[in-house]
Each structure stands twice: as C-alpha cells, then as structure tokens.
Design a protein around this ligand. Structure first.
Ligand SMILES: [Ca+2]
Length: 493
C-alpha cells in the first residue's frame, strides 16, 4: 500500500469507526515484452557476450522459469496468442483468418473493464486488414504509444522511417502504414526508438501512479534492422575481440526438417548493443517505480515473442546471405522453427510479496497465452475462460503450489523455407515429451526434453507407442480447432 492511501485509510478508520476499510489497491501490472529475443540472449541465462544487469536483477527479485514458451515461433501469431490467451491456431493465425478480429477480446479489454488504466506501447503488429478497428485504442487500451501496423521500424533512429510520407498508405498518421511509427514525431536526429519509447512509457507510469495501471511495454528491439546507439556498439565490438569461439560458425540443418544453415556463435556486436538498450529500458522502469514509491505495488512479467534469429533458408540450392542475430545453443535452431530454439523463451515474473526472490522454476511449463488469465487472477478479477480458451493461470505456480497446465500445442502452417529455413510443422508437448510432425513431409520426431533439451536424440523409432499416442493427440487437436493447413506450396518467395 502506498503511503498516501495508507494515510487515507488510517484517517477514515479514525473518523468513522465501523466504516468498512477500503479494499486493497489492485497491483499495477507491466508486461515487458521483447521482439525476437533468444532463450540464451541474457546474462542470467548464461550468455558470455550479452550484458543484461537489469533483466538479471528482475530474475533475482522474481521467479525465472526455465521451461517458458511462446505460443508461436513468429511475431504476429505469438502476439495474437498472448493478447487473446489462446493458442494462435485456434483463431486461424497464421494462415486461416490470419489476424486479430475486431470482435476478439484482449487482456486490455478485460483489465480495463476491471478498473485498470491500460497502455500499449511499441510493437503491436496486429492491425491486419481491419486497419483502424484493430489499433490498440480500439482493442482495449486507453493509451497507444508508437503502436500500429509496423513489425519493425525501417530504422531505429529518428524519424524511424525511410519513406517520404507522400509514399505511405492512407492512415499512416495513425499507424496504419508499416513503414511509419505514429506518435513519435516529437524527436530529433539521433534519437533511438528503444529509448524514446521508454521515456513515453515512464510518463504513462508517472501519470497513473495513483491508478492501478496495466502497461504492455512491447519493444521493437531486438528485431532487425541491426542498429544500436554507437556508445553500445563500440563496447561490444571491443568485447567481441576478447572472446574465443570453439568449432565452426555455421552448421547445415537436417534436410528432413528444413533448409539452409544455423549460426552457432553469439558474435554480432550490434545485436548485443540492441539487447543492452532494451535492458537499460527496464532499468529506467525500475528507477521510476522506485521514485514514485510503487515498486512494491507493481508486478513485472518479462518474456519474448519468438526465439533468436539464428537460421537462414535456402533457395535453388543457395543459402541466403542474410545476416543473423544470435545463437540459441544448446537449443536447436531459432526463430520460425518448432524446435526449442524457436519457441522456448526467457520467462520471468516478479510479484512483490508473492513470488520467492531469485527462485528458478525448472519444473513448470508455462506459455505466453497463460498471461491473460494470470493477470486477471493477480488483479482479483474473474477469469474469462470463454475468451482465453487455452491460457491457464500461472498463479498457483507463482505461489509455489502444484501446477500442471496440460498439453501445449504449436502449429506453423505458413513456414518460410527461403528466409528462416523452417518447413510446415506442428508440435505438442505433454509432460517431458515433445512430438514434432512435418505433416507435408510425413516425418515425425519425439524427444524427452528432461534429458535432451537440444533435441538431438529422436526417440520416435525407439518408442513407437509413445509417438503414436502423441501424434493422435496432435491430430485430434488440429481437427478440433479446424487448423489451417496448406499443400506444400512455397512458391518462389
Ligand atoms: Ca518476433
């Protein structure tokens, strides 16, 4: 409780004996969400190259899950899955309907209806064909900071675009062109969007220090293009010279599951600088909460939308020359893939007074889609199982109680063999086992993740009954949700 509300409560109790004490203030909630951040891209996860003191601090003050997942290995479906509390394939994302629908209910709607002042900041990417109807301000958020159609700024530096405004499509002023970041016009040359967006978020926090607020702080970083403040790039160029790497820099992927190759080293200094700039943003959030005296009233959840960009595809037998960001080793592959490198994410929750500081939860499986019902329960609001159909509240787990969320399903029917190298596939995790099916290639793999996090030892032939049982569960689920599939038709894109 903040000092002022404590004083008010004390005064009320003294002047009106018997008057019911005001109910406890709802906790503020911040979802700190990073784009394309790999599982091993944090100091606390074991990176020797990247430095993330503030995210490491969050882990030391909260619970860090080692078995946290995104609901999809790519940007838009993952975001759809988090904000609606569903596994994205249930809504035909990607492939079927492909987008958030204006009739969908988001965590912003639900928390707003429960008395929260709500703000969405940064990468939204969910407008789709519905345009303005699907902007955050029309999908449950009171305040929109820099959010719209863009999947990434065309440049991270002011004015955050490369095109002239005359070349943008109608509605660009409100964020309906993917090459224009709306609401960030008050900048100057050299401004970096990770920093300027954070400043606006701090203003939102200050303006709402007396309200319960929900801030979905969704960084554009650390997605391409690789651009970062020079002071940080310089630091990591120097640090890179001090590191030694063993083994080859790249390895070819198995042709039964995909195309192209995978980066095996964390050796991109600009990407490292982008990570530290995101980390600095969290440091600014900490400082502001402390300055306002609301750090102990504020829950912070941290995760990312898909694995690090470590793979590049192949076209006509030639591997793409695109620069890669990172390595997710010991996890296999990265962004776009259903191996752990594409879907396993750093997942940290600090709930002051509830979570045990510094606890590392190695047993519970949690997914981004679980955050919607989790936030409702944390806020003391009724759950909405008709909306967040697949999400399960993590609250028992956060309180250190038994938690078993049931199977987790992933479905990727619009793969990108020429850009990230993945091919159409689905997967299910039940307990420690994970089964992957490349349904256009009639290929199945089975792993025991408790012994083989790197998915090196395929058990599908050694354990045919287990594989058949899990494949049946996966097929039943695809049928139940009428999952979008397509014939193998990758065209020439
Ligand atoms: Ca992403």
């Amino acid at each position: 409780m903040k000092r002022r509300s404590f004083m008010q409560a004390t005064i009320m109790a003294s002047v009106a004996p018997g008057f019911a004490a005001p109910t406890a203030k709802k906790p503020n909630i911040i979802l700190f969400y990073v784009d394309d951040l790999g599982w091993m891209d944090l100091g606390v996860q074991g990176s020797k190259f990247y430095e993330t003191p503030n995210i490491d601090r969050l882990a030391s003050e909260g619970v860090r899950y080692t078995q946290g997942y995104t609901p999809h290995p790519r940007c838009l479906p993952a975001r759809y899955g988090v904000i609606t509390g569903r596994f994205p394939a249930r809504g035909g994302v990607p492939g079927g309907k492909g987008h958030l629908q204006p009739t969908d209910r988001t965590m912003g709607h639900a928390l707003g209806a429960g008395g929260y002042k709500t703000c969405f900041a940064g990468k939204w990417h969910l407008t789709g064909p519905h345009g303005e109807k699907n902007l955050p301000q029309n999908m449950g958020f009171d305040v929109n900071i820099a959010a719209g159609a863009a999947g990434a700024p065309s440049t991270y530096f002011y004015p955050y675009r490369k095109k002239e405004t005359s070349k943008l499509k109608p509605g660009w002023e409100i964020g309906l062109d993917k090459d224009y970041i709306a609401g960030m016009e008050d900048g100057k040359d050299g401004d970096y969007i990770t920093e300027t967006m954070t400043t606006k978020c701090l203003d939102f926090i200050e303006d709402n220090a007396e309200n319960p607020f929900f801030l979905y702080l969704s960084h554009y970083g650390v997605h391409t293009p690789f651009e970062a403040p020079e002071r940080l790039v310089k630091k990591y160029k120097a640090k890179l010279k001090t590191l030694k790497f063993d083994g080859p820099e790249y390895a070819a992927v198995d042709q039964a599951t995909g195309r192209g190759d995978q980066l095996l080293h964390q050796n991109n200094p600009v990407y490292a600088a982008m990570i530290e700039s995101v980390d600095e943003s969290l440091g600014c959030v900490f400082q502001t909460l402390e300055k306002l005296g609301i750090a102990d009233d504020t829950i912070i959840a941290f995760t990312a939308d898909n694995g690090g960009l470590s793979n590049r595809g192949e076209k006509n037998g030639k591997i793409s020359g695109r620069p890669l960001a990172t390595s997710n080793l010991p996890l296999k592959t990265g962004k776009g893939w259903l191996y752990e490198g594409g879907i396993r994410e750093a997942f940290i929750v600090k709930w002051p007074g509830v979570t045990k500081p510094g606890f590392v939860n190695e047993s519970d499986v949690v997914v981004g889609s679980d955050l919607f019902p989790t936030f409702l329960e944390m806020a003391g609001l009724p759950k909405e199982p008709q909306n967040h159909v697949d999400g399960v509240s993590m609250v028992p787990s956060l309180k250190g109680r038994p938690f078993a969320r049931g199977p987790v399903f992933w479905h990727s029917p619009t793969s990108r063999p020429y850009s990230t190298g993945d091919t159409d596939s689905s997967a299910v995790r039940i307990g420690n086992y994970k089964l992957l099916e490349w349904y256009n290639a009639d290929h199945v793999e089975l792993y025991d993740l408790s012994k083989d996090v790197g998915e090196q030892n395929d058990l599908s032939e050694k354990m045919p009954e287990k594989a058949a049982e899990m494949l049946a569960v996966l097929h039943d689920w695809r049928k139940e949700i009428n999952a979008h599939t397509r014939e193998q038709n990758w065209g020439n894109k």
